[in-house]
Ligand binder design. Structure first.
Ligand code: 5RP
Length: 236
């Protein structure tokens, strides 16, 4: 383990290290986005150096692609790979059913496409990501820039009558300008506090014109690897 890491990074590192052992020679692997996924990419870089591990990575963001390239890892595109053996990614929240909220890092669209093209999805997380009910953290929804204000109003209207506690919707900003995803879209963050029925909400959101994808991952994740600052790791 790298020395002098803050406790939360130690937890992320041990989860990533454990999950990196799932990658076998010759696999095609989805590489997630975020600080935990960055540890995974570094652990895989280490295995490539020390053991000669050979695999093809499909990065879920430009950030992850840059890191993988820096480490000399072989990367490819989803267009070329088509199907993957495994995706390993972080999450903002997961519940006991292994349903997830993802997208705080703004990469939910590519992350969901890559995860659903994979035989298995493994989530790596520190213990703070486990929740009873999804929704304490904002739910990101990727929308096309054209008429995003109308899309926002349609989402607010659709939330009425759903099993959620909050209904505030905000446009994600980066400095003075709206945040732009790798696909050139914007992100609306839904502050729902509690999501009673993630499947229903996810289906409802994706029916709204202007919505590209939402950050609810329902029945996609197979395993959650949780790391702790003392070096322990648990699997769910
Ligand atoms: C990016 C994501 C990330 O996986 C999620 O935000 C977790 O990030 P971190 O590992 O930095 O806590 O969904 O879109």
């Amino acid at each position: 383990m790298p020395t002098d890491l803050p406790p939360v990074d130690k937890a992320k590192f041990v989860a990533a290290k454990r999950a990196s052992a799932y990658v076998e020679d010759g696999m095609t692997v989805g590489l997630g986005t975020g600080s935990t996924a960055a540890w995974l990419v570094r652990c895989l870089g280490e295995r490539a150096q020390t053991e000669g591990l050979r695999f093809r990575g499909v990065p879920t963001s430009e950030r992850t692609a840059d890191l993988a390239r820096e480490l000399g890892l072989e990367i490819t595109t989803l267009e070329e790979a088509r199907w993957l053996d495994l995706t390993i990614d972080g999450a903002d929240e997961h519940d006991a059913r292994l349903d997830l909220i993802k997208g705080a890092g703004g990469a939910l669209l590519r992350e969901k496409i890559v995860a659903t093209a994979s035989e298995r999805m493994i989530v790596i997380a520190d213990a703070s990501k486990k929740v009873e009910t999804l929704g304490a953290c904002p739910l990101p929804v990727e929308v096309i820039p054209f008429g995003w204000q109308t899309t926002c109003a349609l989402i607010e209207e659709a939330l009425i009558g759903l099993d959620v506690m909050g209904r505030e919707v905000t446009l994600r900003m980066e400095g003075e300008a709206p945040f732009v995803t790798d696909e050139g879209n914007h992100i609306l963050d839904l502050h729902l506090k509690r999501i009673g029925d993630p499947r229903r909400l996810g289906l409802m959101l994706n029916q709204i014109a202007g919505v590209v994808e939402n950050g609810l991952f329902v029945d996609i994740c197979d395993v959650v690897v949780t790391g702790y600052a003392d070096g322990r790791v648990t699997l769910h």
